[in-house]
Design a protein around this ligand. Structure first.
Ligand code: DMJ
Length: 623
């Protein structure tokens, strides 16, 4: 027998909802069930019984003055249906007195019975307490100990100050064009791929990666930020009714965290809708087994249903950026649920990496989950597998209200390390770029487009009080990233560029055939967004607009949205790769939309920190 305390009162559920259970349960359970009730519940039941008994007494014909029974007291020679008022006055009075007396007797008896029952309830309660006391004490003690062990996390609620769906929100011409691009992708995805992870706009097919409707969940916040109420409602419906993480599927911890967990948390903060929080918690719980490695550095993959976690299929190591780019999301999950376990898991990983030896703050791109060791001979890169390690150092410092100096210190040290070991200028134009250290030692003038996030991150650091040369480097690097677009025949950047170091060479950028593709990546427009917000220099908007135009010209399929392309060097035939990456909508178009926003109240940088997938999450006042 269970009792449920609801917000609007006390309700008692007798717990026999299932008929099959009921039959077998009925014979033996009333006494046990009664004993399991709290004294409040028992009192309520007893009072109800007593009230029913009193009602019975008051209203039953036996006790009514004009009842048929009372007529039996009338002398037998009188017709039974003769009204009492026809009897002599003294007889009637006598009858009234006798009836009143009887009624009083009965009331007294009922009251005595009620008192007995109440005494009994109290005694039983006390008896229960005696029997249960040691167990309760033990439980209390255990609970107390658990609470002491557990770090306290205050449950944070969304602030909801901005009305994203205000019909009076204004969009300028550029924003309208970007919204149009988003809507074109969304409606094609809706038509051909709804509920599936990714859309292939040339073949009009879809594919699965995690099997969770990735393109939708990664973009709930995009629909909100752009004020697209209809698309938001569709996404919300999916999250509420179509989204399930109960999948026998191996997923990559980092990718699902930044895209799906980050997307859900952001949607929760922007709307306050608990559906998103509930889903985020479910996902977070399913990802936690990743951290059950001997070193507590997470395995890269986990099965969402079984919780079986393991290293990647291709080797024993996890990527350094992957294990260090989950902290913002897990910390936020702890904040919104009040449960410290998520934050504790990722804090341990950060602390572990923090304690590992580094090259002037720079980390190799592989780490072993068994031993917890960074692979010493590993390449050092701010591109693939290294990138967001540096991004999350700065952003964790910001997320924690600049209270946790270890993140800032690590970040500043890493930027110094970059300046010493990785930053160079190319020939002949002296473009500033960030190269790599192969095997942790040998410089390579290779830069992934992924590195282009760093310009915006450096600017964001400067906005938060870091030195001027951070902003200078951020500007110079972003200028180079723009050149990676501007100097290609399609005006779109390749995936990887090599910078010329030889004096007298005619061109700064070398693009190898296998690196000439463009996946619609966001890093350059992301940096343009930060730099515009921070410097208000119109040049950044001009560059952003040119990049958007180039995407429109070479990556758009009319009526079907956008696809990644194979060759940015061939403007005549860049050839479609037939894939719309979810980050094109979640980041590239979102950052472009924000780049052109004149609304100072829209996601201010001192209130929100964007995760590495472009999902805004609140900045807290402390850890
Ligand atoms: C996104 O998923 C994120 O920006 C991540 O940090 C890097 N890769 C893609 C975009 O390029």
């Amino acid at each position: 027998m269970m009792s449920n305390q609801h917000r609007d009162g006390v309700s008692i559920n007798l717990g026999f909802a299932q008929d099959s259970d009921y039959n077998s349960y009925r014979g033996q359970s009333w006494t046990r069930s009664w004993r399991r009730l709290s004294s409040l519940q028992r009192t309520v039941i007893v009072l109800l019984i007593c009230m029913a008994a009193l009602c019975f007494i008051y209203f039953h014909p036996t006790f009514q003055s004009n009842s048929k029974k009372s007529t039996r007291m009338i002398p037998v020679n009188m017709p039974p249906d003769n009204p009492a008022d026809k009897l002599p006055q003294e007889v009637v009075k006598e009858m009234e007195i006798e009836k009143k007396k009887k009624l009083e007797d009965l009331k007294e008896k009922a009251q005595k019975q009620l008192d007995n029952i109440m005494d009994n309830v109290k005694t039983r309660d006390d008896a229960d307490k005696v029997v249960d006391a040691p167990a309760e004490k033990n439980n209390d003690k255990l609970q107390e100990e658990k609470e002491q062990e557990k770090e306290e996390v205050e449950v944070m609620k969304p602030s909801l100050e901005y009305d994203f769906f205000d019909p009076n929100r204004k969009h300028n011409a550029q924003q309208k064009a970007i919204i149009e691009a988003f809507k074109e992708c969304w409606s094609a995805y809706k038509k051909y791929a709804w509920g599936h992870d990714e859309f292939h706009p040339v073949s009009k097919r879809h594919s699965e990666w995690f099997g969770v409707g990735l393109t939708i969940v990664d973009n709930i916040d995009t629909t909100i930020i752009m004020g697209l109420e209809e698309e938001y409602e569709e996404a919300r419906q999916f999250a509420a009714n179509g989204l399930s993480f109960d999948k026998d599927k191996d997923v990559n911890l980092f990718e699902i965290t930044i895209r799906v967990l980050g997307g859900l948390l952001s949607a929760y903060h922007l709307t306050g809708d608990v559906v998103f929080k509930t889903k985020a918690k479910d996902l977070g719980d399913r990802l936690l087994p990743c951290f059950n490695s001997p070193s507590r550095v997470p395995y890269s993959d986990v099965n969402l249903r079984t919780g079986n976690a393991h290293a990647p299929r291709w080797g024993p190591d996890s990527s350094t950026s992957e294990v260090t780019t989950i902290q913002i999301e897990f910390r936020d999950l702890s904040k919104v649920t009040g449960d410290a376990k998520y934050k504790e898991a990722v804090d341990e990983v950060y602390q572990h990496v923090h304690d590992e030896p580094k090259k002037d703050g720079l980390v190799p791109i592989f780490i072993n989950a068994q031993s917890g060791k960074l692979r010493n001979s590993g390449t050092i890169s701010v591109g693939a597998r290294g990138d967001s390690y540096y991004e999350y150092l700065l952003k964790q410092w910001l997320q924690t209200g600049k209270t946790e100096m270890k993140y800032k210190d690590d970040y500043v040290q890493a930027v110094e390390g970059m300046k010493t070991h990785l930053v160079r200028k190319s020939e002949p134009s002296k473009l500033t770029y960030i190269g790599e250290l192969l095997s942790g030692r040998n410089f390579s003038p290779k830069m992934d487009h992924l590195v282009c996030f760093m310009g915006g991150t450096l600017a964001l650091g400067h906005l938060n009080g870091l030195p001027d040369d951070h902003l200078d480097l951020g500007k110079a690097l972003t200028s180079t990233c723009y050149q990676m677009y501007a100097r290609m025949p399609t005006h779109l950047s390749p995936e990887i560029v090599y910078f010329n170091q030889a004096q007298g060479a005619p061109e700064d950028l070398i693009v190898k055939p296998l690196d000439a593709h463009n996946l619609l990546r966001p890093e350059t427009v992301e940096s343009l967004f930060y730099l515009y917000r921070i410097t208000k220099n119109e040049q950044y908007r001009e560059w952003g607009w040119k990049i958007f135009q180039a995407f429109k010209k070479h990556a758009r399929i009319e009526g079907l949205g956008y696809s990644s392309i194979n060759n940015v060097k061939n403007a005549g035939n860049p050839s479609f790769r037939d894939k719309l990456e979810s980050f094109f909508l979640a980041e590239t178009l979102k950052y472009l939309y924000l780049l052109f926003s004149d609304d100072a109240d829209l996601l201010p940088l001192d209130e929100y920190v964007f995760n590495t997938e472009g999902h805004p999450l609140p900045i807290y006042k402390s850890v």
